[in-house]
Design a binder for this molecule. Structure first.
Ligand SMILES: [Zn+2]
Length: 127
């Protein structure tokens, strides 16, 4: 692994099996989704090691490589070290990944609401 640290720390699986009185089952496996998300992030960096390398030199750690001063990625495009095409495809994948993470958080929010719904449904089914 490239990073060497932190691997496996996010893979703790908190699996939950919810069984309603009418026999309907729900399986909540956040660990599985987190694994999927980790895979997606790795996919972004794969093949763009040179851009990742450049981004390490950016002035700001959270540089978006779009307009910041002191951005090494933009500097590399300016001096021809990095092709605009590669930059564009990197940004595209990054954006898709961000979108994925956003929808992931959105889903988690909905699932929490769903969990409450299941809870109250279970309660109302008790006689
Ligand atoms: Zn940058």
């Amino acid at each position: 692994m490239v990073s060497g640290t932190g691997e496996g720390t996010h893979t703790t699986t908190r699996r939950q099996l919810i069984v309603l009185d009418n026999g309907v089952m729900f399986i909540d496996t956040p660990g599985m989704r987190e694994l999927g998300l980790l895979g997606a992030s790795e996919g972004v960096n794969k093949g763009f090691e040179d851009i990742i390398e450049l981004s390490n030199g950016c002035r700001y750690a959270d540089c978006s490589h779009t307009q910041e001063s002191g951005c090494e990625v933009l500097a590399a495009i300016a001096n021809g070290e990095l092709s605009e095409y590669r930059y564009a495809s990197y940004m595209k994948i990054r954006k898709e990944s961000e979108h994925y993470e956003m929808s992931y958080l959105e889903r988690r929010k909905k699932e929490r609401a769903f969990g409450r719904f299941v809870k109250s449904a279970k309660k109302s089914m008790k006689r």
